[in-house]
Design a protein around this ligand. Structure first.
Ligand code: ADP
Length: 321
């Protein structure tokens, strides 16, 4: 019987538990022994690897985060620790590893594919949605829904009190969460690193709207810009409206997994296990235009993600002439 393991690495995202459940159940269906690696690459180095079964994944589909833990590992950057990790998999007769993680985790997985004869398959899982080669990463929909709930709630107080609210979203260097949240949350302002912005154009519009009776403003600002406080000050000084900053922070990583992410977890994992069974040794499952494809890790790791032009063009209307 073949043995496959799964690990969650880097920043956790909602949908990882749904992926673990599908992994265990699909492996058993395919007569493969499923194994869990606990606590990311740290657990891989320290041999925190255990056999999984139906009981291990019972009742976890609704929960955000990951039952098997995730971690960042400085040691994994060093070749001799990766050698130890590979030896641990060999010692247990595990021939393949599914890696749920973001771009850092895939850079680590890339090294493993170069340094061992084992098979690896990545599943993009990060709320940042910043992995090259795929338009969707597991957990993004749940994060967007968490942000939507927060923006809707803030709108209630903003409109009652007549204030400007600057809402800072996560995303590291990528403005995807901020952009989609601004478009779907009815925000008046959207600032992301991918689009140059002109505060003077915003000022002209906002002053006119204020004169016409607008009582409040919602601005969504990506954490990548590190400008939230500055923008709040700008509202007070240039637009003449009291303002507050709300940094949404880690609530965006958690929450009950959305239907979309549960289904995507199911599909990503099925494609990953199938790719490994087909003999692919160095792939990442990517989702584009409604379909899945196992791309070579060379085409994913170390490449830069960019937000689709069509989405960007919608956001370019913000603060423009
Ligand atoms: P994410 O996967 O969410 O982007 P990180 O960027 O923190 O999270 O990466 C997760 C882990 O992947 C790191 O803690 C490290 O162990 C491993 N990793 C990242 N880059 C490399 C690299 N160049 N070589 C080896 N391992 C890496």
């Amino acid at each position: 019987m073949k043995k496959m393991a799964i690990v969650c690495s880097g920043g956790d995202s909602s949908g990882m538990n749904a992926a673990l459940k599908r992994f265990v159940e699909y492996c058993i269906r395919k007569e493969i022994e499923p194994w869990f690696v606990h606590d990311g690459y740290e657990g891989l180095i320290d041999d925190r690897i255990e056999k999984a079964d139906y009981a291990s994944v019972a009742g976890i589909i609704t929960r955000g985060g990951t039952k098997i833990g995730s971690a960042r590992s400085k040691r994994f950057m060093e070749a001799h620790y990766r050698k130890q990790a590979i030896a641990n998999l060999h010692a247990r007769g595990i021939g393949a590893l599914v890696v749920l993680g973001g771009d850092g985790s895939f850079r680590g997985m890339h090294k493993l594919t170069q340094e061992s004869d084992l098979a690896f398959c990545g599943i993009p899982a990060t709320i940042d949605n910043d992995i090259a080669g795929t338009e969707y990463c597991l957990g993004v929909d749940t994060a967007l829904n968490v942000i939507k709930d927060a923006v809707d709630a803030i709108r209630d107080t903003a409109s009652s009190f007549g204030r400007a609210f600057v809402i800072e979203t996560m995303g590291r260097e990528c403005g995807y969460l901020a952009l989609v949240s601004a478009l779907t949350g009815g925000a008046e302002m959207c600032l992301i690193p991918e689009i140059p912005y002109d505060l003077n154009a915003y000022k002209r519009d906002f002053l006119r709207e204020k004169a016409q009776g607008r009582r409040y403003f919602i601005a969504i600002v990506s954490e990548a810009l590190k400008k939230s406080e500055e923008v709040a000050k700008w509202f007070e000084e240039e637009v003449g409206i009291e303002s507050r900053v709300t940094v949404l922070g880690h609530i965006q990583r958690g929450g009950v997994t959305s239907v979309h992410d549960r289904l995507m977890a199911y599909r990503f994992v099925t494609h990953a296990v199938d790719a490994l069974l087909e003999g692919k040794k160095s792939s990442v499952i990517c989702y584009n235009d409604g379909g899945f494809e196992a791309k070579h890790i060379d085409d994913v790791a170390s490449k830069q993600y960019s937000i689709p032009e069509e989405l960007l063009s919608l956001a370019k209307e913000y603060g423009s002439e």
